[in-house]
Write a protein of this length. Structure first.
Length: 136
């Protein structure tokens, strides 16, 4: 079963409805690419609905973590909505449930974003190599 992502807005939160395996998308349709594009376009609050994702294998977990990294590095927040039994078990086993907040209904998930501060994009520090007098 291939991945299908449907993106919709709910105020300042973007909701992504995922269907099928998360890692089944290719190229520009993959989850982490879509999350990176959302962050680049100024969307920093993302709710990923995984109710129709049957399970998470290692490739799916990698895809989810790559997407999380893209959002987190931009200063954003990614939360999960309605994980089912096998997905919830995988999140617990890998301890991702300690990293990503999960919610059982959309209203409480959206409300949780309003309780957190407005995220600002992360500005990377400029790297400067040590001078010739650096002894550290």
């Amino acid at each position: 079963m291939g991945a299908r992502l449907t993106i919709r807005d709910a105020g300042d939160v973007v909701i992504i409805d995922a269907y099928g395996k998360l890692a089944a998308g290719e190229g520009r349709h993959s989850l982490h690419v879509q999350l990176r594009k959302l962050a680049e376009s100024g969307h920093f609050r993302i709710l990923l609905k995984v109710a129709d994702v049957p399970s998470l294998d290692p490739a799916d977990i990698g895809e989810l973590m790559a997407g999380y990294a893209a959002i987190a590095m931009a200063g954003g927040e990614l939360k999960l909505l309605n994980p089912r039994n096998r997905v919830e078990d995988a999140l617990r086993t890998t301890r991702i449930d300690q990293l990503l907040s999960t919610y059982v209904d959309e209203v409480s998930a959206l409300r949780s974003f309003s309780e957190t501060q407005q995220y600002q994009p992360h500005v990377a520090a400029r790297f400067e190599p040590p001078s010739e007098w650096y002894f550290g």
